[in-house]
Design a protein around this ligand. Structure first.
Ligand SMILES: *[C@@H]1O[C@H](CO)[C@@H](O)[C@H](O)[C@H]1NC(C)=O
Ligand SMILES: *[C@@H]1O[C@H](CO)[C@@H](O)[C@H](O)[C@H]1NC(C)=O
Ligand SMILES: *[C@@H]1O[C@H](CO)[C@@H](O)[C@H](O)[C@H]1NC(C)=O
Ligand SMILES: *[C@@H]1O[C@H](CO)[C@@H](O)[C@H](O)[C@H]1NC(C)=O
Ligand SMILES: *[C@@H]1O[C@H](CO)[C@@H](O)[C@H](O)[C@H]1NC(C)=O
Ligand SMILES: *[C@@H]1O[C@H](CO)[C@@H](O)[C@H](O)[C@H]1NC(C)=O
Length: 470
């Protein structure tokens, strides 16, 4: 018995769920690259965690843009430096204090798993240019030579794969604020590609070949067009010949004018949240700290998304076809502070009850209810028919009117995590009126947002993204 199941598992692992076998050849043009189908794992995953970690985690003041603010004369940054550091202190002097001394990747992996996320995206290099892995192209400005004296990326990737089945994503900034080669290309109006040739591309290929990420989250694209970055050549290699050609997904930041146009999924802007169905797979990348992606030592409780706000964003995003990428900034010591950990665990506890409405769901024919505000819909097909999930951001009174569902004689309503069906009747509005029974505090399946499962509706349910935007 044991032997048979071990054999089956080995066989199944040859075809990792959510990947596809890529037999298509892509040309280095957007017209060709855009025809690549999205590997299914990404849409099914729905929730990812984003980690902004680098030398900026040492000052941990203002945001991960601290160096740029300081260099361009921001008054807060200048005062902070004058008050707290000796004259002549440079940004590079922060690097030795990037200690990562409590970096416990098994513990990180457990936090991510408990959050219910299905992928994690780590910054390998932000605009400051410091690489969290021992890049040969980043002499003395990488985590092995200075600061942690460790390959932070390898440790992260290995732990995530050893202790969870979450997918590995790597963030990479194309440009670096103050890299002399980049500044030279910029001075040449990007008619030269010294920086791309000597830094950007060797590092991107190195990251893919060494760590085999399933997701590349590109950034820092806006200074020059994709021809300068050589993006389409890189992506053609990634999709045709790289070790992750069957599983990898990429975002849309590959040069000026590529956002919201090209890529496996679109980020468009930071914290993009269209509030209506969007005709291409997209991701809402947001941060639990509303004011920063990197850790801030002067963080205040009011700066954080509450669990209620986070679940609202989740409901809006998933209903409209997006994924939610939730950022937390670890400290320079490598700690995910307990307030972030708590928020992630709250999310995980909610998903344990309500994950059925989220993972592998599809947008329904209506995204939010036409009558009652704060009700967002997802849907799923199964052998027993279509299930529609109504996510209620507020607990209703004795009854709830939903305008969007068209009922039939076999319609049923139940609350996820609660054993009994709810009574309902047709409503004059054309929708339905659901009777909410008294449920004692101890019987409440969760504390912050509740999901009604509706079955046997008459509404049609068209595969996304063929639903037209209204
Ligand atoms: C870059 O473009 C500007 C404005 O178009 C021009 O004045 C400058 O001479 C150009 N520089 C180079 C190095 O081509
Ligand atoms: C990209 O920028 C370069 C340098 O400015 C220019 O020569 C080229 O025409 C641009 N290409 C596109 C597709 O915009
Ligand atoms: C950068 O790359 C170019 C080729 O595009 C090469 O000629 C040049 O020597 C390189 N510069 C440095 C500093 O490595
Ligand atoms: C761009 O990619 C092509 C194809 O891989 C390669 O031949 C070329 O050298 C690359 N140019 C730069 C600047 O990286
Ligand atoms: C549905 O959501 C949209 C976008 O957030 C909003 O404008 C609209 O008012 C919502 N409908 C109801 C009934 O709340
Ligand atoms: C769900 O199933 C129905 C009936 O089989 C089908 O018409 C519809 O396209 C399916 N929707 C999705 C999103 O798969």
């Amino acid at each position: 018995m044991k032997k048979v199941s071990a054999f089956l598992i080995a066989l199944l692992s040859l075809f990792t769920q959510g990947d596809f076998v890529n037999s298509q050849h892509y040309d280095p043009t957007w017209a060709s690259l855009d025809t690549r189908p999205l590997p299914p794992w990404y849409d099914e995953a729905k929730i990812g965690i984003f980690l902004h970690w680098g030398v900026f985690s040492v000052p941990s003041y203002m945001s991960e843009w601290f160096w740029e603010y300081w260099r361009t004369g921001n008054i807060n940054a200048k005062e902070f430096m004058a008050k707290n550091y000796r004259p002549g202190f440079t940004y590079a002097d922060f690097a030795p204090q990037f200690s990562a001394q409590f970096y416990d990747t098994q513990r990180w992996a457990e936090i991510f798993k408990e959050s219910g996320a299905r992928y994690v995206v780590l910054t390998t290099k932000h605009h400051e240019g410091f690489t969290n892995w021992p890049s040969k192209n980043s002499f003395n400005w990488n985590a092995m030579d200075v600061g942690p004296k460790k390959d932070l990326v390898a440790l992260f990737v290995e732990a995530l794969r050893a202790f969870t089945d979450l997918r590995v994503g790597l963030y990479h900034s194309l440009f670096e604020w103050f890299n002399p080669l980049f500044l030279e290309d910029e001075a040449n109006n990007f008619t030269t590609q010294y920086f791309v040739w000597n830094k950007t591309m060797p590092e991107l290929y190195d990251l893919v070949n060494t760590y085999k990420p399933d997701l590349i989250w590109s950034d820092g694209d806006w200074m020059a067009n994709h021809t300068y970055w050589n993006s389409t050549n890189f992506l053609a290699w990634l999709f045709n010949d790289s070790p992750v050609k069957n599983s990898v997904v990429v975002n849309d930041r590959w040069g000026k004018y590529t956002r919201c146009k090209h890529g496996s999924f679109f980020n468009c802007d930071d914290k993009f949240n269209p509030g209506k169905l969007f005709p291409h797979k997209w991701e809402n990348a947001m941060s639990i700290d509303k004011s920063s992606w990197g850790y801030r030592r002067d963080l205040k409780l009011d700066d954080l998304n509450t669990i209620e706000e986070l679940l609202q964003l989740l409901a809006e995003t998933i209903s409209c076809g997006g994924n939610l990428l939730i950022n937390v900034g670890p400290t320079k010591e490598g700690i995910i502070v307990p307030i972030f950990e708590e928020r992630l665990k709250q999310l995980g506890s909610w998903l344990k009850v309500n994950g059925e409405a989220i993972y592998a769901s599809k947008p329904w024919s209506k995204q939010n209810d036409t009558i009652t505000p704060g009700v967002w819909y997802t849907a799923k097909n199964s052998t027993s028919g279509t299930s529609v999930y109504a996510i209620l951001l507020k607990w209703p009174g004795k009854s709830l009117i939903l305008g969007s569902p068209i009922t039939s004689s076999v319609t049923t309503v139940n609350l996820l995590g609660y054993p009994e069906f709810f009574n309902w009747e047709a409503d004059p509005s054309g929708g339905m009126k659901i009777e909410i029974p008294p449920i004692s505090y101890n019987e409440m399946p969760c504390q912050w947002a509740w999901v009604l499962k509706l079955q046997g509706l008459k509404n049609q349910f068209v595969p996304y993204p063929e639903i037209t935007i209204n």
